[in-house]
Design a protein around this ligand. Sequence first.
Ligand code: NI
Length: 199
Amino acid sequence: QFRRTKKKRFLLSAYGGYNKASLIISFFFRTFGMALLTILRYPDTRLRKQAKPVEYVDDRVQVIINDLLETMYGAPGIGLAATQVNIHEQIVVIDISEENDSPLCLINAKITKKSGSVETEEGCLSVPEYFAKVDRAENVTVEYLDREGQSCVLEATGLLAVCIQHELDHLKGKIFVDYLSSLKQSRVRKKLEKAAKNK
Ligand code: NI
């Protein structure tokens, strides 16, 4: 009994909260140095900014990558671009694995080859609870720097190829709803503006 009380008091004083979930989350982030970032929502105009190339893949960039991964897994989502958390640098994270154990980080990525076409139902963490079919290339070759700053080339197909195209669009200020008819775009805009007001 005594021990339990003591431990609890320690946790409370260390993390200053009473909610068990927030204690656990705060412990996790303090231990691993990560943070959940706020995801901008369509039609926020900051989602339209052009991301700049990363000059040095240094510790500062490692922090951004960790925060992006944590925010993506927490959402949960399979991809997140820095633009979506109001960081306008060419960094995206993707993990299409079931187990969330295969993170891919693309820095300064460029698609150098595209082929085929595929229609996929897409969603986006910046456009919550909305899904629509979009046409994309079925296969892409992408050149990028990984989080160690090494030059890499990846040939992707299927869901991964679609995800890469979707996330790299974000860095150019483009959102998947831009591919839809103007009627559909105005519908989703109104829906999200209404949801934001009622918050
Ligand atoms: Ni998105």
